[in-house]
Design a protein around this ligand. Structure first.
Ligand code: TRP
Length: 452
């Protein structure tokens, strides 16, 4: 297996891989989802649990997933077939690859709807809708926007089309290059927003909310949400990283690159929180307003800060790009499976996988307006998909990856793939992947079911 290469080619360099994988990791999960679920789950204690989940479960699993991809060099289903054979493991393991392909399509179907909101907000930023807006005005803007099925479907369609155009061409030069300025640009704008947040009278109150833990607010379910968010934000547990790993040259260090990516991802999420909570608090907006949180709070900042017109446009454009570089990772497992196993041309595979995803997205788009009354277990279509994928499929995927890497794959193979400089590092990874990560995921699940 050592000299095998993917039929889709390889990343041109270590930097390209870091950029692409950071692009996949940094997305709506960091800027939109992390603040709103932190708000819904009580703040500080949730943030600590989240950081623990990233460090103890997320990073080791992300390394394992990348390593699988680089060893197998094919789509997640085939890669798991090859590794299962090599390890002489149970023939059911390739279902893990399947679950990933499906989870990617499900996640993208609602991810694209929210990315569509960001697209719509670019236009609003341009036409000056945020100018001088107050809390009530920003809220009305968002409510009116999401109440319109046509607008949401329009932007969802546009975003899906853009995603599929990029994926159909393979990872084009243009895209790799654009990520090079996107991620630094995003950092810059986040710093700027943090700067604005500092000028509000609720800056310290915001920090207090984020970093002062009140463990009485933690429930079993919020710990599961933290775990699910760690997987979602890093983009692991479903084979997206596996596919990116499949295009990774042999000589690049998995340990180093993955650590860099995970840290960057976490910093972006924390910065987003530090910027957003003070703005929300100083305008007396509720912290637990859910998916609309950033769309109801950031326009106030842009509408009232110096240069806000320009920064508002830049911010939402960046958000769209950050979402795009994640969405291509979400659909790539399905596309590479259609190409490699069904013999489809890449472009045809894109339209098939993209078409299914696009249709599914209607359910989520409409659950914010005309379909908001249609609920299962008290959850709308959007809520249900989000819960199913983030809180169930990804952690289960991560659990299986940990078990396979720690117990099925031979130690010689994982040691060779990870090629850690210090033996102690490998020992630590092995301890985490064999015991800590699976046990943590298992206990979290038990606590939700109510056993613990
Ligand atoms: N990590 C991305 C975000 O934070 C979303 C994403 C990309 C993802 N690839 C993934 C989520 C794979 C789950 C699984 O926005």
């Amino acid at each position: 297996m050592d000299t095998k290469k993917s039929i889709h080619g390889e990343w041109s360099s270590r930097t390209t891989f870091i950029l692409a994988a950071t692009g996949s990791a940094v997305g709506l999960g960091n800027i939109w989802k992390f603040p709103y679920i932190t708000g819904e789950n009580g703040g500080g204690a949730f943030v600590i649990v989240y950081l623990l989940c990233v460090a103890l479960v997320g990073i080791p699993v992300m390394m394992a997933e990348t390593m699988f991809g680089r060893r197998g060099r094919e789509n997640p289903v085939n890669t798991m077939h090859l590794l299962t054979k090599e390890a002489n493991a149970d023939e059911h393991w390739p279902y893990l690859g399947w679950m990933g392909v499906i989870a990617g399509v499900l996640i993208l179907s609602y991810y694209s709807v929210v990315a569509g909101w960001a697209c719509g907000y670019v236009l609003k930023a341009i036409d000056g809708s945020f100018f001088g807006v107050d809390a009530q005005g920003a809220k009305n803007l968002f409510t009116a926007f999401t109440a319109s099925p046509l607008q949401l479907l329009f932007w969802h369609t546009g975003f899906m089309a853009a995603t599929m155009l990029i994926v159909a061409r393979g990872l084009s030069q243009g895209f790799e290059k654009s990520i090079r300025f996107l991620i630094p640009g995003l950092f810059l704008l986040l710093f700027l927003l943090v700067g604005y947040a500092m000028t509000t009278d609720s800056y310290f109150q915001g920090l207090h909310f984020m970093f002062n833990p009140d463990f009485s607010k933690l429930t079993g379910n919020s710990i599961l949400v933290a775990l699910g968010q760690a997987f979602f934000s890093l983009g692991i547990g479903m084979g997206a990283v596996m596919v990116y790993g499949a295009y990774l040259p042999k000589k690049v260090s998995i340990t180093e690159t993955i650590t860099i990516i995970a840290i960057a991802d976490t910093v972006v999420a924390l910065l987003a929180g530090i910027a957003i909570f003070p703005i929300v608090l100083s305008n007396n907006l509720p912290l637990n307003s859910g998916p609309g949180l950033i769309f109801e709070s950031l326009p106030i900042a842009f509408g009232n800060m110096f240069g806000g017109w320009l920064f508002g446009i830049l911010f939402f454009v960046m958000l769209v790009f950050a979402a795009l570089s994640s969405s291509i990772a979400l659909i790539e497992p399905a596309v590479s499976w259609l190409v490699e196993n069904k013999g489809m041309e890449r472009s045809k595979a894109c339209w098939c996988a993209g078409g299914v995803t696009w249709l599914l997205g209607f359910g989520s788009a409409l659950s914010f307006n005309i379909g908001s009354d249609v609920t299962v277990f008290g959850k709308t279509f959007y809520d249900l998909l989000d819960y199913l994928t983030s809180n169930l499929m990804l952690p289960i995927g991560g659990f299986c990856i940990a078990i396979f890497a720690g117990w099925m794959m031979s130690q010689a193979h994982s040691e060779a793939e990870l090629a850690m400089v210090k033996p102690l590092h490998y020992k630590a990874w092995r301890l985490l992947i064999r015991y800590i990560a699976p046990a943590a995921i298992f206990v979290v699940f038990l606590s939700v079911v109510g056993v613990v």
